[in-house]
Structures are given as structure tokens and as C-alpha cells.
Design a binder for this molecule. Structure first.
Ligand code: HEC
Length: 319
């Protein structure tokens, strides 16, 4: 018995249970290579999927970003409780202050008075239907009923349904009419860019005001004008008296950064209009500010500068 136990103990020590470790630089390299490959495959697959998706949508769909027309038919049809609940919250936040919590008051004493939903009919030309109501919320009505473009179309319909179902219908069923055919005909199709939908193609969006000037300065069409201005300033600079060097250098800088202003200076000098020249010189190209380098310049120096520039422009003014 003891012998047997001894034997088994000795066996355990002779054969350790830990499995042999399989590790080799080549195996590691292969493993890393394979996993990098797999990640790259996933990555490029996603990029391809993205590209294919983009190719399927030639126009950037601004409807998703809030432009474009919603599906009016579906929104008009959905008078479910969640919609009414949402409408109630939105009414409290956006409308009660003027129309009263129950839709029949004028807490702000607005003139004209807000529409009394319990007694009055709608006055807009589209009538009393839900689309007409939505349209009022989209564009406003008269001078005192504001537009609610901050509400999404679905939110505007939610308020519409809440007011119509809980305020107009119970006390004024005649005014809770459906949209008449003449109005239904005007309801834009879902996703269209009709009234109120503002789906603006990117090329029609006006660029910021600074851009055209910069582009003009860089465009080839502008090159002769710029050359005339810089030749003129260069002529004036050569051999100018010491006190005119700094202002002339400033003008060269203006020609580079504000070509329109430099151009205007050249034409005032060419037409011999010293007063206009000083105005353009001192005023920072309509930006509302004045150019300190020239406002602080003594009058005789301004005159000398003008004379120098006039001479350079070939206006024949003696210095
Ligand atoms: C700043 C005050 C003010 C707020 C806020 C306001 N309204 Fe009005 N609303 C008015 C006034 C005033 C009129 C009447 C305008 C008129 O007759 O010229 C009016 C008219 C209306 C009309 C009738 C338009 C028609 O065709 O006769 C509807 C519908 C309406 N409001 C709904 C709403 C809803 C819904 C809200 C909230 C989302 C709201 N209003 C928020 C002041 C307000």
C-alpha cells in the first residue's frame, strides 16, 4: 500500500502536468499578420459600403436635416394618444402664454387678440383644416401670431391635433373641419422642396461676403487691375522722400489685402479728386473703422503722399 503511494508520488514529479508552450517568433508574426489583415478587411469593407451608400444618394438629403417637406398625409392621420400628449406639452410651452391655457383667453392683452379656439373660426385663406393650422404654425399669421419653425413638422402637427381635438372639436365642431379639396391640393408631397421646405442646393447658398473679394483678388480676370495698381505704387515708391516710404509700404499691403480699396484709391488719384482720395485712404473700405496709420498722419504729409501718387499715376501734378 505504502509502496503504491510512493510510486504514484514519484510519477507526479517525473511527468509535470503543464502543457508544452507553443511560442515561436514566426508564429507570432503570422498571427499579427492575419489579425491586421482581418481588421483591414473590415475597415475597407465599411469604407466601400459608405461609398456605395453615398453613390445611391446623389443629392444631400436636407429633409433629414430638417428641410424638405414631411409626409403630411401620415402626420395628419396620426391623432394617437402619444401625439396628443406631446401636443399638450408643446402647447403649454409655446402657445398658452398668448392663447391661454384653455385656448380661449388673451392673458397678454395682445392686439389683435389671439384666436379663441373655442368660439372663433380660422381666418387664414386655407381654412379650418389641420393642414391650414400647420401652415399657420409654419409661416405665422398676421403681425402677431409668430411662426414656429423651431418646432419640427411632427411637433407642429402634434400641437395642431391637440388644439383641434381638445379645444376646437368639443366646443366648436364646425371649425374642426377637414381640409377642403382646394387646400388638400396645395399640400406638398413628402420630401419635396415646396413651400416652407427650404431644400437649398449647396451651390445656391450664398458664400460669406469676404470670399468673393478674395476670389476676385486671386482670379485671372483681376490680374490686369492688380498689375496696374502695383505698377503705380512701385513707381511712387522709387525715389520717394523718406517720410513717404512707410505710408507707401502700407499702401502696397492694402493692395494685397484690400484690392478693392487700392483700386478705388487709384481711380480717385486718376480723376484728380484729392478729397475722395483722403476719404478712401482714411476709411477702412467701408468696414466702419478708420485706418489709424492714415488718420494720424499730418495733413501736409497726406498732401505730399497724394502729390507723389498723382505724379506716379501720370496725372501730371507737380510735386
Ligand atoms: C406671441 C403671442 C402668440 C403666441 C406665442 C402664439 N400665438 Fe397663435 N395667435 C396669436 C395672435 C395675436 C393671433 C391672431 C392674429 C391675427 O388675427 O392677426 C393668433 C392666431 C392663431 C391662429 C389662427 C390663425 C388663423 O388662421 O386665424 C392659430 C391656429 C394659432 N394662433 C395657433 C397657435 C399655436 C398652436 C401656438 C403655439 C404653438 C400659438 N398660436 C402661439 C398670438 C400668439
Amino acid at each position: 500500500m505504502a509502496n503504491h503511494a510512493d510510486h504514484s508520488d514519484a510519477d507526479d514529479h517525473a511527468h509535470p502536468v503543464a502543457p508544452r508552450e507553443i511560442s515561436h517568433p514566426v508564429l507570432w508574426a503570422l498571427g499579427l499578420f492575419a489579425s491586421t489583415g482581418a481588421l483591414a478587411a473590415v475597415f475597407f469593407h465599411q469604407i466601400d459600403a459608405g461609398r456605395a451608400h453615398a453613390r445611391g444618394e446623389p443629392v444631400i438629403n436636407l429633409a433629414k436635416a430638417g428641410g424638405g417637406e414631411p409626409d403630411h398625409g401620415a402626420l395628419i392621420a396620426d391623432i394617437s394618444q402619444p401625439v396628443l400628449d406631446q401636443g399638450e406639452i408643446l402647447y403649454g410651452k409655446n402657445c398658452a402664454s398668448c392663447h391661454g391655457a384653455k385656448g380661449d383667453a388673451n392673458p397678454n392683452n395682445t392686439v389683435p387678440a389671439p384666436r379663441n379656439f373655442k368660439t372663433e373660426s380660422m381666418k387664414n385663406s386655407l381654412g379650418n383644416g389641420p393642414y391650414a393650422f400647420y401652415h399657420v404654425l409654419t409661416d405665422g399669421y398676421g403681425a402677431s401670431m409668430p411662426a414656429f419653425k423651431n418646432l419640427t413638422p411632427a411637433e407642429r402637427y402634434a400641437v395642431t391635433h391637440f388644439v383641434r381635438e381638445t379645444m376646437i372639436k368639443p366646443s366648436n365642431p364646425a371649425y374642426a373641419a377637414k381640409d377642403p379639396a382646394a387646400t388638400t391640393a396645395k399640400i406638398p408631397a413628402a420630401g419635396s422642396s415646396a413651400a416652407g421646405g427650404a431644400q437649398v442646393p449647396p451651390h445656391l447658398v450664398a458664400p460669406p461676403a469676404l470670399l468673393p473679394e478674395l476670389l476676385a483678388a486671386w482670379s485671372h480676370e483681376d490680374a490686369p487691375r492688380r498689375q496696374a495698381v502695383s505698377a503705380w505704387l512701385e513707381t511712387a515708391r522709387v525715389g520717394a522722400s523718406a517720410d513717404l516710404v512707410a505710408p507707401l509700404e502700407r499702401l502696397v499691403e492694402i493692395a494685397r489685402t484690400q484690392p478693392g480699396r487700392a483700386d478705388a484709391l487709384l481711380s480717385t488719384v486718376r480723376s484728380g479728386d484729392q478729397a475722395a482720395f483722403i476719404t478712401v485712404l482714411v476709411n477702412d473700405a467701408g468696414a466702419g473703422s478708420t485706418d489709424p496709420r492714415f488718420t494720424l498722419m499730418p495733413a501736409p504729409q497726406v498732401q505730399a503722399l497724394y502729390a507723389r501718387l498723382a505724379q506716379a499715376a501720370g496725372a501730371g501734378v507737380s510735386q
